[in-house]
Ligand binder design. Structure first.
Ligand SMILES: NC(=O)C1=CN([C@@H]2O[C@H](COP(=O)(O)OP(=O)(O)OC[C@H]3O[C@@H](n4cnc5c(N)ncnc54)[C@H](O)[C@@H]3O)[C@@H](O)[C@H]2O)C=CC1
Ligand SMILES: O=C([O-])CC(=O)C(=O)O
Length: 306
């Protein structure tokens, strides 16, 4: 299994590291536009192989797409990250051009690849890849919900004073500060709804903390996060590579599901060898449906800027 990661910056390198540590891929190609940067990151990571016990071969290349040929999965992390005080949507001006060019170059050398879009504003960048490449919808996946759900579980565990492994929960909707829809009604601690343990007020706080998870880290770090984003991408890559049929919320082109059309937005999907094997439609209550519609309006506004 050959995987290409475009962008050897914070998220791309973290993603390559987690993929290698999980030891399921034969090769990871890191590609960056900055001369020598991906080569340096790849060499540094390869020097952890004997320490971390992995056999995945990581190579770095400067903008040479011929080295990415026949990749089964390509991850796009190239583009600028936000700075404190910015929204993800403000990145569209620079990132749209990068994502369009990168996806086209990848497909030239790997026509059968599955693309995972990470660059922000992610839902709109995923939609852009759909519109500009025409790849089948099962082969274009946006990563946001897997990360947002991990942050949701972190916040739920904090509120419950429980270990994170006791907690389950999912975030759907757009990957934005206002558009995320954390499904508190369905979140559980060991199969017991968290609503049994937490007040509505505390759950609302969990919800709000989850939605601004990326902004909170951006304020602390001066740039956006990379460890959890890298780990989340590696989870999607592994589910596809190992045909795990695992369920993750991902940004996916909807055609009627959740009452939405012609939009990429976070919804639960099953990931396996063909990429998106199935979109899972769960029954939302009226409030959740309204949040999802509001979230979609936000994503559409950003899509209109393309
Ligand atoms: N979807 C999500 O959940 C998340 C998305 N992100 C997004 O991922 C993107 C990357 O973030 P970081 O890694 O922190 O940024 P970074 O600045 O550390 O790395 C980006 C890399 O992309 C490279 N690059 C720029 N143009 C390129 C091109 N045309 N071809 C190849 N490489 C190119 C740069 O040289 C740089 O090394 C940002 O847009 C950020 O907002 C970040 C975290 C989570
Ligand atoms: O916050 C950002 O800009 C990066 C991102 O998407 C995240 O960490 O959720």
């Amino acid at each position: 299994m050959k995987v290409t990661v475009v962008g050897a910056g914070a998220v791309g390198a973290s993603c390559a590291e987690y993929i290698a540590i999980k030891n399921f891929a034969s090769e990871v190609v890191l590609l960056d536009i900055k001369e020598g940067f991906a080569e340096g990151k790849a060499m540094d990571l390869m020097q952890t192989a004997s320490l971390n016990g992995f056999d995945t071969k990581i190579t770095g290349v400067t903008n040479d797409y011929s080295k990415t040929a026949e990749s089964e999965i390509c991850v796009i992390t190239s583009g600028i990250p936000r700075k404190p005080g910015m929204t993800r949507e403000e990145l569209i001006g620079i990132n749209a051009g990068i994502v369009k060019e990168v996806s086209s170059s990848l497909i030239k050398h790997s026509p059968n690849t599955i693309i995972i879009v990470v660059s922000n504003p992610m839902d709109t960048m995923t939609y852009l890849v759909h519109k500009s490449t025409g790849l089948p919808k099962n082969r274009i996946i946006g990563m946001g919900g897997a990360l947002d759900s991990a942050r949701f579980k972190y916040r739920l565990a904090e509120a419950l004073e429980a270990p994170i492994s006791d907690v389950d929960g999912m975030v759907v909707g757009g990957h934005s500060d206002t558009g995320m829809v954390p499904l508190t009604r369905l979140a559980t601690r060991n199969s017991v709804p968290v609503t049994e343990f937490l007040t509505e007020e505390r759950l609302n706080q969990v919800m709000e903390d989850t939605k601004v998870g990326g902004a909170t880290l951006t304020k602390l770090l001066g740039t956006s996060a990379w460890y959890a984003p890298g780990a989340a991408v590696s989870g999607l890559v592994q589910a596809i590579a190992c045909d795990q049929m695992k369920m993750f919320p991902c940004s996916v082109l909807l055609e009627g599901e959740y009452g939405l059309n012609d939009i990429c937005i976070g919804a639960p999907v099953i990931l396996g060898r063909n990429g998106i094997e199935k979109i899972v439609e769960i029954e939302l209550n009226d409030a959740e449906k309204a949040h999802m519609q509001e979230s979609a309006e936000g994503v559409r506004k950003t899509n209109d800027l393309l």
